[in-house]
Design a binder for this molecule. Structure first.
Ligand SMILES: *Cc1c(COP(=O)(O)O)cnc(C)c1O
Length: 476
């Protein structure tokens, strides 16, 4: 069913979009609906209970309505099994578990577990397998990648500046700022910040970004932007901005923390230079789980002929070394070709077990199909919110772009001043989990892998009551 179908159904009367039955009918027609049962959805009593253990007399409880996968994805049911396999492999094989294949294990030998995770990750970002590595954590990886791709000339000569958003996620801001300081430059001069024209609706139109690039083109060494913006939910035109940067000879990297597992990015085809993302948001691998990097195949080439091997510069560690010579301990670094030559440490196999479990599920479908569902789900959410806004004028409006191609799953809603705490309290009381960005924004993200149209319906239904209560309380 397309966005158009949703709109048509809203006018044909029989099952109006504002009925619960209509939401159920959309779920019944959803070919990806079965993925929901791959996840644990906390119950309302789970969330309220001060213990982890369930009391024996608790009975069956209603699942919460979880719309916060942009912040922390739900736990896949199979994660425990794969993590347990890791524990068994370690317990029963100890060091030999590094090298021995087990016919009944969901995991390869420990030395190959990062490669296995990268193989499962590559299709999610439209990359060649060789262009992806699973390693470290997002901010640390941004630093490693900038150490390779931000190599400024001296101040005032050639390329030495970095373009980023003025309202970038703080960690990205700090990473860029400290890279600049690390090179002996002044962030006040070397950071070019993209500022929205209206700070209340901080969308950055593509034309504005291209124009800013033009203005600073000869001095820009690097551009770092988000695929999907964490606050507004804006989905940047990665392909167009990348190609524009390249037309000026500028390197460009993308932070895909809110894009991976959400929108259908094609990093290889779009010729992105590098990208980094975490795997605990839409990728459901658990808090702080190991992250991903993309390095364009151009920068993964290794020429090992001659006495000095030639490769793109990087901060190195032994895990980036050629696999065949890694254990020879020669102290002669010859990187593996591709993104894996940018690895440093041997990865946490415990952590990667959770990443593998989660990526297996994504590999049972495709980002193209998930994106199609996501477009329907978020359009439905928008439609219900628009109807609610007509009924309750002045209580909230939308920060996220209205064009579905310029956003992912998330809609950011700005509440009228003073309503946030009370609305959140009412939502939470009814078992609805969303997240807040103070002073007045809530972010609502129906994740296509496990959220249903009924989840969206229920959220809007409860939001209506929450707005009634909160606005009455704020008037009295
Ligand atoms: C979530 C997020 C981070 C978090 O970084 P960690 O290093 O994983 O703690 C950084 N940047 C952006 C844009 C994010 O959305």
């Amino acid at each position: 069913m397309s966005t158009e179908d949703v709109k048509q159904d809203s006018t044909n009367g029989t099952l109006g979009p504002f009925s619960k039955d209509y939401a159920s009918s959309l779920d019944a027609a959803d070919s990806l609906a079965h993925f929901r049962s791959n996840f644990y959805i906390p119950t309302v009593t789970d969330l309220k209970r001060p213990t982890l253990a369930t009391p024996p007399d608790e009975g069956t409880a209603q699942p919460c309505t979880y719309l916060c996968g942009n912040s922390l994805g739900l736990q896949p049911v199979r994660t425990a099994e794969v993590v347990n396999a890791f524990l068994t492999q370690w317990r029963t094989k100890a060091v030999t578990g590094h090298f021995v294949d087990h016919t009944d294990s969901p995991l390869p030998p420990f030395v190959d577990i990062d490669d296995h995770a990268a193989k499962l990750m590559a299709p999610l970002v439209g990359a060649l397998e060789a262009e992806v590595a699973v390693m470290g954590s997002l901010t640390a990886n941004l630093h490693f990648l900038m150490s390779s791709f931000y190599r400024p000339s001296r101040k005032g000569e050639g390329r030495w500046k970095i373009l980023l958003e003025g309202k970038a996620f703080p960690s990205d801001h700090y990473a860029v700022e400290s890279q600049i300081v690390h090179h002996g430059l002044d962030p006040a001069e070397a950071m070019v910040l993209l500022e929205p024209t209206d700070p209340r609706y901080p969308i950055l139109p593509t034309e504005q970004i291209l124009e800013t690039i033009n203005q600073h083109a000869s001095e820009l060494a690097l551009i770092l932007l988000p695929g999907v913006q964490f606050y507004t939910g804006q989905y940047f035109d990665i392909q167009r901005i990348t190609s524009h940067a390249h037309s000026h000879g500028i390197l460009i990297g993308w932070d895909l923390a809110h894009a991976v597992g959400n929108v259908d990015v094609r990093l290889h085809d779009w010729d992105v230079d590098f990208a980094a993302w975490c795997s605990y948001k839409y990728l459901n691998s658990g808090p702080g789980a190991m992250a991903g990097i993309f390095v364009n195949e151009k920068y993964g080439k290794v020429d090992a002929e001659g006495s000095t091997p030639k490769f793109w510069p990087r901060l190195s560690g032994w895990w980036g070394d050629d696999k065949s010579t890694r254990f020879q301990m020669t102290n002669k670094f010859v990187p593996r070709p591709g993104a894996k030559g940018y690895q440093l440490s041997n990865p946490s196999a415990l952590d990667l077990a959770a990443v593998v479990a989660s990526l297996q599920i994504f590999n049972e479908t495709s980002m193209a199909d998930l994106r199609q569902k996501s477009l329907r789900l978020t359009t439905y959410l928008e439609q219900l919110l628009d109807a609610l806004a007509l009924k309750k004028p002045g209580l909230f409006d939308m920060v996220t772009p209205r064009d579905p191609s310029e956003r992912g799953a998330q809609l950011s809603i700005r509440l009228a001043p003073g309503l946030l705490d009370s609305v959140l309290e009412n939502l939470e009381h009814a078992g609805i989990i969303v997240d807040e960005r103070k002073p007045d924004v809530i972010r609502v993200a129906p994740a296509p892998l496990y959220n249903s149209f009924l989840d969206v319906f229920r959220f809007c239904h409860v939001l209506e009551a929450a707005l009634d209560k909160s606005s009455a309380a704020s008037k009295s």
